[in-house]
Design a protein around this ligand. Sequence first.
Ligand code: SF4
Ligand code: MG
Length: 328
Amino acid sequence: AKSLSRRFIASKPLFGAPSVVQAVNGVDLEIAEGETFAIVGESGCGKSTLARLLSHLIEPSEGTVTYGGREISGLTGSDLRDLRREMQFIFQDPFSSLNPRMTVGALIAEPLRIHRIGTPAEQRAKVAELLRKVGLRAEHADRYPHEFSGGQRQRIGIARALATGPRVVIGDEPVSALDVSIQAQVVNILEDLKDEFGLTLIIIAHDLAVIRHIADRVAVMYLGEIVELGDAAEVFASPAHPYTEALLSAIPIPSTGARKVQTKIEGDPPNPISPPPGCRFHTRCPYAEDRCRTERPALRETAPGRRVACHLAETLSLDGITGTEESR
Ligand code: SF4
Ligand code: MG
């Protein structure tokens, strides 16, 4: 089958489906071939909705999503099947996303059967190869998911996602359900496989620590909007949005387990269906001024490649995390 080129563009504005009102309001972003793009924010911020829009699992009610220069909402038939084959998901909970009655081999081969790729013998060989790629053994194909640990099950989920030879893999909180000690292993596997297969990786996370070492670029979302977007290392070193600073302040220092600084936000985010007026973050922002309560900040370019939605982006001097702190 002919394939779409590996480039994804979501043009402004995108809106969520009616049940997720304003979940991805005014999102405007472009994801390039071969990059690892992270979308971070608290639960309910719209990051999963954004990923579903990108993969055509839901339709934008306004705006467009294009992939390879083509609008994906217009895809049908074999073009839509190609898109599904090229774009695969890894889900948060490896326990619930795997059918317990299917063997590991059948689970990994299922996408191959759905897309009619290869003979049964070729599918078995592919399963064995994929199991080895994720650090498991070919014999594991005959066993059932419950026989494996959480980390191993997520490796099985990764093998399954890679079965069709996708170009884009979307990980929706792929390691959130795992012990911290296992998270790095799974992230490392993802990174290795990304390099090996030339994947474009989109990682959704609520925890910046998870994506810190693998993301090329990061989009920080708050109440359905991107509030900061840029090169991941730059965003980590010098955040320009107070919400990003708050997320970074919650990253534990490895040696002590202590928080870097006191987390600067508290409480749950407001209801995204009726967000606060002005800047949506003003109810939790330690730097809020009068105009923040009435004037909505646009997502604007503050430096090459960096976009920030904060009135004070150029004047605040916010705390980031530098590379040297990693070794502490
Ligand atoms: Fe805080 Fe105002 Fe910036 Fe919003 S616009 S993040 S309330 S300083
Ligand atoms: Mg989610």
